[in-house]
Design a protein around this ligand. Sequence first.
Ligand SMILES: Nc1ncnc2c1ncn2[C@@H]1O[C@H](COP(=O)(O)OP(=O)(O)OP(=O)(O)O)[C@@H](O)[C@H]1O
Length: 652
Amino acid sequence: MFPPQRGAHKWLKALRAFDGAQAGGNHREIATQVFGARILCEDRNGRSDFRRARVERSIKFARRMVMVATSNSSARGDTFAILLDLTKDMLGKALGIRTAVLVGGGIELVGVGLGVLGPYMLKVLVDVLTAGNASAITLVAYVGLFVVTWAGANILSTWRMVYSTRVIDSLSERYAAEVIRQSLPAAATARDADSGYTLGLVERLPYSLLVVIDGLIWRTVPLLLQVLGSLCVVIGLIPIHYSAILVAVFAGYVATTWIGANHHQARSMTANTAAGAVSQTAGDILRNARRVVLNGALEAEVVNIGHRFQERAAANAQMMGSLSLMALYQYGLVGTGLLALMGLGALDVMAHRMTVGDFVLLQGYAFRLVGPLSGLGFILSQAGLSIACIRDVKRLMQRLEPEVAPTEEPEGAAEITLTSVSFSYGPGLAGLTEITAHVSPGQFVVIVGPNGSGKSTLAQVIAGLLPPSSGSVRIGGQDVGRIRRSDRHRHILYVPQFIGFFNRSLAANALYPPTTQTEASLAQLLAEWHFYEPGRTVDFAAEVGEQGERLSGGQIQKLELARIAGVKSAAVILDESTSALDPISEAAVIARLRQQFGSRTTLILISHREHMAELADQVWFMKTGRLVGQGTHEILMRDSLTYQSLWRTQSA
Ligand SMILES: Nc1ncnc2c1ncn2[C@@H]1O[C@H](COP(=O)(O)OP(=O)(O)OP(=O)(O)O)[C@@H](O)[C@H]1O
């Protein structure tokens, strides 16, 4: 699909060495694409530098490109499929923009008619002038008609943009909404979610749609109509070989564009990927501003983003190179055609085989054709990138999950049953092995174990965020994977380890659905948990800042737990949600939650604290992805030396 390029084998070797089996059979494409995008780490002397960090960064970039490259059988086929898809969306009933498309199309059609009529009016004027027998009124009328056709065509073309803009805005809104609807659940599940890339796509979407719809679709069709209309007029008026030349020039233009576009589109996809990498890196750096600045890494990150821009510039340069080559062929051909057309015409006028009016008509149509064609050059340069962006957006819009029927409301606390549950993050990566456990309704379970032992992974498998590779998880007797995602929080609600707050008010975060808390009940709970020092009331209107950065770590957890206390769910899993609380606050919060949940909610807590294990109805002890101990804290302390040593190392 992508011809191997010079030096690609070096990348192939390096990527194999560093990437192992990760990228499946795609190394050759990766190497080729990495080379194609000129992101190889060459030092100033031109020698390849495969230093690990840079190669790893490139692998991430390359993987995305391989995803792009391998998911399509051909760039050209892809382009037409996307154009067809867009046209279907515009003309379909679902988006409600058909009327705008049709009205805009109608206006454009009238504009095209005027565009064809313009040169004809000029020819008639020149014919009348050369005949020399027309009255002043007739001449003024012909001049007026010519001006009206010329001005009218341009006014209509601008007016039509009112409708195309409406269409583009509607499509942008619908596509962006669908991308968010479809990609958020995946982002919530994947622990390596790439939100910066998705954000970049959504941001570039309106411009991409503008280029493709307004520039390409809405300009190409009128251009074709204009060519056909002009040919009809020319055939009827002047010798047939002029029409033949016009047809040949246009066909040549289309053919060179067709061939060039295939190559250009492949380069554009690489450029789109490079643009996405800029968004992803910039987003990542901005989100981690504190980490960057506090570690004195500002300059290093500026250099890092500079590299992303350089990669993008290199990809753009390749794209523009292919476009320039295409333009050379296109306009070499069009220029030759014009030379033949005008040269022959001039000779025919000199030999009185053609009137000056016909010559004017000929040049009028020739330049009417060439004008939009040159406009298309710019559009094509942008269209490749834009099509690649829309294609990625369309892929994100695809429904990944089958529709699941609504599930019945759970009654009371959930019974949780795990039968031989295994999970893997991928070949050779950590996961879970053969976990079997049972939680009775309303119990309080604490999961403990060393860092990286699989506690969060297990919690996410139980909550249905990660699908087990074998075995089953049943919540209240139902397979968790079969509970509709939008209903799942009523059966089991997972509170992640890193609580991300919206950059909104305290109330907006603390009363975020599905809590049933009110400001009053929340204020009472927060006062009880000493959210602020005594005497200070909770300001619900206060903005919490990005990720809640204006609150302390303990306050964030208290606020989140106060919200959770008002949630009606059959089971709740708290993933280290009390880790920032002091032991007294932690005990008070857990006691209150258990009292609040009563017998309606089963509670699972992941914790590194022994006193939490002491409070639990049962403790699950995890080690290297296995459940190596189950029972009360006392029993485990009595029976398991490894469990004892877990707490001994902690207190040492
Ligand atoms: N998306 C992922 N891809 C690959 N490996 C992952 C992914 N997420 C987690 N892991 C790995 O799975 C293992 C278990 O991680 P997990 O977060 O479940 O541990 P944990 O017991 O909760 O750790 P901690 O106590 O530090 O929070 C770790 O080795 C981790 O690196």
